[in-house]
Design a protein around this ligand. Structure first.
Ligand code: FAD
Length: 500
């Protein structure tokens, strides 16, 4: 290594350059400027001419935590992004046509330290004294009845639906107020140091150079820095996730906003419905191997409700992950780094995880062990999310089109096979720390899609029949009375976020 390469590698990180101003770019700018803004020089480059992907409007509860960390006031945020509340996802036509279940953000029942609630519920079913699994989950019941209110001490677990472009604008103001600089311009070249391969600057169309020590690639599917410049490879997951295309649009609302995202399975993919305060976000996600673009468009447009307020726009994607999210002095966040289709609304969460890990490991100088740790951590979290999304496909009983028949033949990741088999045999789910989806999520989706365990844990047999009746009834009564006390979701949003 010559002196100049060594200099670059050992240089303290002072100037951070974020390439791209979509959700990923502005989330990174907001988090960095609010935490390390006093010691870093942060610049974000974005191009209005190129624009953003324009989707990504359903979230999961971890975003509530992220906003708390950044001291974002919820009412301000929800008013700015025309947000609504999300208590879960309604999966329609997934097990079979006409079937529906909700994967909610709530906990079902009460666990015993030695065994989860599902074991007691299952024994109750065998004895004919338990209701449906949904009767024991507050958030799930509230979602089914279109209700919501904030409760003290985090008494209800929720996430948001939001307008993605308004969110980027909201974070942009917040970041600029915290000292981040914004540069409008098209990146035409990424300059690197010949010896070390480190990125040294972004060259813009007007000839200006944005120099930096650490570069964050948030250029979306283009992956200008990590992919096109540094040539970091991509692991393709299309043998597990068949969809590679989407079409999105926005419509007027024809009914009150429901507090959940709808994911409706179709001929060769599925559609989303995301209700906001001022409109509904709609999209179809499909596999171009099993349906043509014209057929998908036809299926999509014919099922829309309300008036279309934006021409549908197509998105092509490839499911998978970058072999390294962090390589040399470049960290990829968002679509530049990985993509798992939005069935469980996890991409914004994964951006957030990338940012949190980067903040925790923020380097004085870049060191290989830390970079390796970052990459291993993110890869493991991503693979967990991938397994959870594949779960929905592998458990379907649909065989009505070539797409669903091909999915039935699919070989799934061994880690996922193990989890399903374990649940089928024992009714238990074991969670590794840092995994996003807790036991409750796995159970709701597995049972929602027809997997019933063969046995329950012996602890459930220790309770007498009478005690079990009392135990189950008490939980159900508490859930019912809590839900009865809630206002409708729409009424709550109207008073929580009154218009201008
Ligand atoms: P983009 O939004 O594409 O932003 C890229 C930025 O880079 C833009 O500002 C662009 O102008 C800039 N740029 C690119 N090239 C240049 C250049 N040469 N010069 C200057 N600037 C440049 N996630 C969820 O969590 N929930 C969902 O419900 C959800 N739904 C989705 C539905 C679909 C169909 C898809 C494809 C994704 C969905 N996602 C969802 C993912 C979500 O959209 C993204 O995670 C999120 O929008 C972040 O995107 P991004 O910032 O990485 O990329």
């Amino acid at each position: 290594m010559n002196d100049s390469a060594a200099d670059i590698r050992n240089k303290p990180i002072r100037r951070v350059v974020i390439a791209g101003g979509g959700t990923a770019g502005w989330m990174a700018a907001a988090a960095l400027s609010r935490t390390l803004g006093k010691v870093l020089d942060i610049t974000l480059v974005e191009s209005e001419e190129i624009g953003t992907v324009g989707v990504g409007e359903a979230t999961i509860p971890t975003l509530v935590t992220f906003h708390r960390l950044l001291d974002i006031k919820e009412q301000e945020y929800m008013s700015a992004v025309k947000g609504t509340i999300k208590l879960g996802i309604s999966f329609e036509n997934w097990l079979q046509k006409g079937h529906r279940y909700i994967h909610s953000f709530g906990m079902s029942g009460k666990d015993h330290w030695s065994a989860g609630f599902q074991h007691f519920w299952q024994r109750g079913r065998e004895l004919g004294i338990a209701g449906g699994y949904e009767d024991y989950c507050f958030e799930l019941k509230a979602a089914l009845q279109d209700k919501f209110a904030h409760l003290p001490r985090g008494g209800i677990n929720y996430a948001y639906h939001m307008d993605a472009s308004l969110y980027a604008r909201f974070l942009r103001t917040l970041s600029q107020n915290a000292g981040a600089k914004r540069v409008e311009g098209k990146i035409v070249e990424v300059e690197t140091d010949l010896e070390s391969g480190y990125i040294t600057a972004l060259k813009l169309a007007d000839g200006s150079l944005i120099e930096g020590d650490l570069f964050i690639d948030c250029t979306g599917f283009r992956a200008l820095l990590i992919g096109k410049t540094l040539n970091v490879g991509f692991e393709d997951w299309s043998h597990w996730l068949f969809n590679d295309s989407a079409l999105a649009t926005q419509t007027t609302a024809v009914r009150d906003a429901v507090p959940y995202t709808r994911a409706i399975a179709g001929t060769a993919g599925w559609q989303w419905r995301i209700p906001l305060q001022h409109r509904v976000g709609n999209g179809i996600v499909y596999s171009s191997r099993y349906i043509s673009d014209d057929e998908a468009r036809q299926e999509f447009l014919s099922s829309l409700e309300g008036e279309m307020i934006k021409e549908p726009w197509p998105v092509r994607f490839r499911p998978g992950q970058r072999l390294k999210s962090w390589y040399k002095n470049c960290v990829a966040l968002g679509l530049a780094g990985s993509f798992i289709e939005p069935l469980e609304s996890t991409t914004i969460h994964l951006i957030q995880r990338g940012i949190v890990h980067l903040l925790r490991m923020f380097p004085q100088v870049i060191s290989e062990p830390e970079v390796d740790q970052y990459n291993a951590q993110l890869a493991s979290e991503l693979e967990h999310v991938r397994d959870f999304v594949v779960l929905h496909y592998t458990l379907t009983e649909r065989r009505d089109t070539p797409y669903w028949r091909a999915i039935a033949q699919m070989d799934i990741p061994p880690s996922l096979r193990h989890r399903i088999e374990l649940f089928r045999e024992t009714g238990s789910v074991y969670r590794v720390p840092d995994e996003l989806f807790a036991e409750n999520s796995w159970i709701q989706v597995m049972m929602g899609q027809g997997v019933m365990p063969k046995r329950h844990h012996p602890t459930a047999d220790v309770m007498s029949r009478e005690d079990l009746v009392r135990f189950l009834d008490e939980i159900k009564r508490t859930v019912d009375s809590q839900v009865n006390g809630l206002p409708s979701h729409q009424a709550y949003i109207d008073q929580y976020c009154p218009g201008p």
